[in-house]
Design a protein around this ligand. Structure first.
Ligand code: R5P
Length: 292
């Protein structure tokens, strides 16, 4: 038996399988039944290593169900292995990393305590919304980036005089990194979000440099699509050519994919942190490197 086991949660089964092959680990599958009242019952199939287990489970919707399942998987892993690394390809709640409005609970603080209490030795996430969230965790953490994997995909497309664009100033560093790997220029728009309604507006005015160029809008995640749609509408008015979207996590809630295409986006490309129609980029190799 291998000294390593990968314990797969339901939300990341394919990715966990790929990862187990790459790190030559025993694959432990979870069979999950969610009862009508919402409770999860998990049965693990396979042998868990005494030395080290790697639990893999993304926390996308149903977020709270996937969370309780990940805590259960960690606790079971800890009963058997002395070390438990936890890979959370998409970390739900990462945007709740500080008290934006008085009285708001910083859920990332709560989660940090829960991961530790369940038995996690280390948490590995991919392109987390902001590193501030991980600072609340009382255990070791590591954030790995999927940008080089996304860029490899985009290098195969024949884009015309491409420009990388971040829809907001918060994503400027991400756009810079993408552009450096992609060998292009980058810019960041100014976006404001109403903290009460969640609605976004683009504040940037005229922008000559996008004219007649293919654009790659780069973001960490798409949830409702509001940020990408507003940015696309603005960029189209500036007479750009085609708009492609590159993001690590495509949640695409409430028919967001259709709405984004209707706004004028040619293609959305995301990674398999969240499996779906747009998740064309596999990040198992990047995660394997972070574990070994
Ligand atoms: C915000 O700062 C993030 O980087 C994303 O732009 C945002 O969370 C995406 O959410 P939505 O698709 O709902 O606009």
């Amino acid at each position: 038996m291998s000294k390593l086991s990968v314990i797969s949660g339901k939300s990341s089964e394919k990715l966990a399988k790929e990862l187990s092959k790459k790190i030559k680990a025993n694959f432990v599958k979870s069979e999950i039944k969610v009862f009508p009242d919402g409770e999860s019952k998990i049965t693990l199939i396979g042998k868990i290593s005494k030395k080290k287990s790697v639990v893999v489970q993304s926390v996308y919707p149903p977020v709270d169900t996937n969370l309780i399942q990940i805590f259960s998987l960690i606790a079971k892993a800890k009963e058997n292995s002395s070390e438990v690394d936890v890979v959370i390809p998409y970390m739900g709640y990462a945007r709740q990393d500080r008290e934006f409005l008085p009285g708001e609970i910083v859920t990332m603080k709560v989660l940090g305590k829960l991961f530790k209490g369940a038995g996690a030795s280390k948490i590995i996430v991919v392109d987390i919304h902001s590193l501030i969230g991980l600072k609340h965790f009382p255990i070791k953490t590591k954030n790995v980036t999927a940008i080089p994997d996304l860029v490899n995909y985009f290098k195969k497309l024949s884009l015309k005089n491409p420009l990388v664009v971040s829809p907001d100033q918060g994503g400027k560093e991400r756009a810079r990194e993408f552009a450096r790997e992609f060998n292009s220029d980058y810019i960041a728009l100014e976006k404001i979000r109403n903290r009460k309604t969640g609605k976004v507006k683009i504040k940037t005015k005229n922008l000559d440099e996008v004219k007649n160029r293919d654009l790659v809008l780069v973001d960490d995640m798409i949830s409702t699509g509001g940020s990408i749609i507003k940015a696309t509408q603005f960029l189209k008015k500036q007479k750009c050519k085609r708009i492609y979207v590159a993001c690590t996590h495509a949640l695409l809630m409430n028919n967001a994919e259709k709405k984004i295409r209707e706004a004028g986006v040619t293609k959305i490309i995301s990674t398999n942190t969240i499996p779906g129609k747009t998740s064309k980029v596999d990040i198992s190799k990047t995660i394997a490197k972070a574990i070994m």
